[in-house]
Design a protein around this ligand. Structure first.
Ligand SMILES: *Cc1c(COP(=O)(O)O)cnc(C)c1O
Length: 427
């Protein structure tokens, strides 16, 4: 697989290099020079998830890594269920939250950890990543105990739920966590700045585990195939797919799946009031506002870093941005989304509920849609319990962290403080 830097097209790298580098020159995103198209979709969709995913990922990576290696990566990374559950007459949820940290980020993080473990054998690696909540847990879980790899996670202090925080700040060992006194965009900015700093780059050999890392996106392509496969067992027409979006890695993966030949009617990009993309789609102007805190905090992103990839795919495929339907939901509409689902007997959480409500707003009567269930309701139990007036029992992975101690260090959003801290813990 070859990828080029969207900012400097002359920088061309292999998948192995792209995974290790994370970002290209001048923070440019890596983008594939070629998008493979899969033949015989019918047969492919009839296969079980893991078998099919080997083919989907093999189409990108077999020429570089060999199909046997791809098979092992996929088998090790994807070892949990992803059921398509009917919520009401027109809407289904693809539940992506049955992995070890109860969010869809487990797919990308587990696959990335497998890739790095194989591709960087023996080399010492330092991973620096920012989280709006769920990436931290998924990355920490996926890399915990891998001795050659240190992980540093930055997160916005007080802006993620206590349970989310406990899932990745209580591990210790090779997982270092830093609570930044600001918002997610500031954390993401600090990560980007670290990658640009030559002393850090040369001295610490940093890698990023954010959804700017191409390995995470390849993993996420696979579950779109599963969504359509399960949907097609019940319906002849094509599904609309609504993606609860923050940094837009998830939607990017969906567009890659469609470009590979997966039949999807169209995508709905659903956000909370951090609505840079829906406004851009409606008005044609990219005008990020200041990030606002919402109950769907994993989507509190005003400057989504994967957007250039979305545009690159649309461009390459000769699609139109107008085919992506943008919907931004207020907090009141998010509550409505949660309550409406609960009334028909489906328990969701704010992120999934936003996508579900967006489907209702966009679809016409004869269309059917799938919304991505990106997190387990218990992960957002405070909001869910308050909104629905119910009790949400804690599943095992959450119950075990409740009483553990948070081991994070507090830092301001000042780059030089972070730099000093990184050298202290990583050298
Ligand atoms: C990360 C996250 C999102 C947003 O996904 P992006 O790929 O950043 O757009 C949505 N929901 C949950 C629960 C998340 O953790």
């Amino acid at each position: 697989m070859q990828l080029y830097n969207l900012k400097h097209p002359s920088q061309v790298v292999s998948f192995t290099e792209a995974v290790k580098l994370g970002l290209g020159k001048d923070r440019g995103l890596f983008f594939p020079t070629h998008i493979p198209v899969l033949e015989d979709m019918e047969t492919l969709l009839s296969q079980p998830f893991v078998e099919r995913s080997k083919k989907v990922i093999g189409a990108w990576l077999a020429s570089e890594l060999g199909q046997d290696t791809v098979d092992t990566l996929v088998e090790n990374a994807f070892n949990f269920d992803l059921p398509l559950v009917k919520a009401d007459e027109n809407r289904y949820c693809l539940e992506l939250f049955h992995g070890p940290t109860l969010a869809f980020k487990d797919f990308g993080a587990r696959f990335m950890a497998q890739c790095l473990n194989v591709l960087a054998k023996g080399e010492k690696i330092n991973i620096l990543t920012a989280t709006s909540g769920d990436t931290g847990a998924a990355v920490a879980d996926a890399f915990f105990g891998l001795d050659a790899i240190n992980v540093v996670v930055l997160y916005p202090k007080g802006k993620i739920s206590l349970l989310q925080e406990k899932m990745f700040t209580t591990l210790g060992k090779n997982i270092h966590t830093v609570a930044i006194d600001s918002d997610f965009d500031a954390c993401q900015g600090l990560v980007k700045q670290s990658f640009e700093d030559s002393e850090i780059r040369d001295g610490l050999h940093l890698n990023s585990a954010n959804s700017i890392n191409i390995s995470r996106l390849l993993a996420q392509i696979c579950y779109y195939f599963e969504a359509v496969a399960q949907f097609k067992r019940q319906h002849d027409d094509l599904p609309v797919i609504a993606v609860p979006s923050g940094n837009f890695g998830n939607l990017t993966a969906g567009l890659f799946a469609k470009a590979m030949g997966l039949p999807i009617k169209y995508f709905v990009a659903a956000t909370n009031s951090n609505d840079t993309v829906p406004r851009y789609l409606a008005e044609g102007q990219w005008l990020p506002n200041t990030t606002v805190a919402t109950m769907s905090n994993a989507m509190d992103v005003a400057e989504p870093s994967n957007w250039p990839r979305v545009e690159a795919i649309v461009d390459k495929m000769d699609w139109s941005l107008a085919d992506i339907k943008g919907v931004a939901l207020s907090e009141a509409q998010t509550s409505r989304g949660l309550r409406t689902l609960h009334e028909v007997g489906y328990l969701s959480e704010p992120h999934g509920a936003i996508a579900a409500d967006a489907l209702t707003q966009i679809m016409c009567a004869e269309e059917k849609g799938i919304f991505l269930g990106t997190a387990h309701p218990a992960k957002f139990n405070e909001v869910v319990e308050a909104e629905l007036n119910i009790e949400v029992p804690l599943p095992e992975p959450l119950a075990v962290v409740v009483d553990k101690t948070i081991l994070s260090i507090d830092l301001s959003a000042n780059f030089s403080d972070l730099k000093a801290h990184l050298f202290k813990i990583l050298t």
